[in-house]
Design a protein around this ligand. Sequence first.
Ligand SMILES: [Zn+2]
Length: 313
Amino acid sequence: MQNNNFDNIMSFHIDNGAFRGRFSRLSKTIDTIINKHDYPLPIAGALAETIGIASVLASSLKYDGLFTLQIQTAKAPISLIVVDITSQGQIRAYAKYDEEHLKYSQTKRKMSGKMEPAPHLLGLGTLAFTVDQGKNSELYQGIVELKGNTLADCVLRYFRKSEQLDTAFRMCVEPPKIDSKLGWKVSTLMLQKMPTTGGKIKENVKEEDMTEAWNEAKVFLDSLTDKEMIDENIDSLNLMHRVYHNNELTLTNSQNISFKCRCSKDKITETIKSFEKNQIMDMIIDSKISVKCHFCSHDYVFEGDELKTLVGG
Ligand SMILES: [Zn+2]
């Protein structure tokens, strides 16, 4: 079910541009992505958390093209998570996991079947994000080791080390509940202290006053309850006004978010054609080649003449 208070990302400034915020609230988008797969709850939860983080990161970057966040790990229940987001706000995502490994690791921690913060199921690895704006522009890339209890902790380290940007997060991930009209609800709020030089800050503002204001803004952020974060009846802007009622709050953008996969038979054909002929022959089972899209689980089947063209007649 669609709810206007969800499936959008709001961008705002507070205190005359001293701090910038991104507030993402997703529901139907997450439902659609998760319903395309048969993920156990812990995997679905970890994927939902990753999508929430990816959505605010993508929104904080100016780009015209594709943002991709990729988590790769070794020796963990989840070995891969990919989330990509177009500048038009279309998201797709999937997770690759090992069922046995998940059971083993959750039993060991007495967490069987329960949701856990993503890093618990990811172990050691990296979180990388790229921005691809097409042929004539540079690829922007950020990479950080997976360390921290939550993905937000991990991304905080990236901003501190690589960008020297003070950042704060507040996040809530809730699986579908019987008493809620909506399904999954993922609410992610990111606040950043903008650099004092080159920003919009007045020159006569002292650094210590800025630090104090930043600490205060973080306290307000932490004052948000989970219930408020995912409240279906309050819109994001009202909620932010409630939290930052003493600060000058300016809405800078609001973007709608939805699920959309960009796969097509043509793209799958190109991928298959990039393999050697003998490798393509090995893909044939029962006189056909079936390729399932990782993102949306759509099955592409090549048989008869189509198959003949693929293997070169
Ligand atoms: Zn697809």
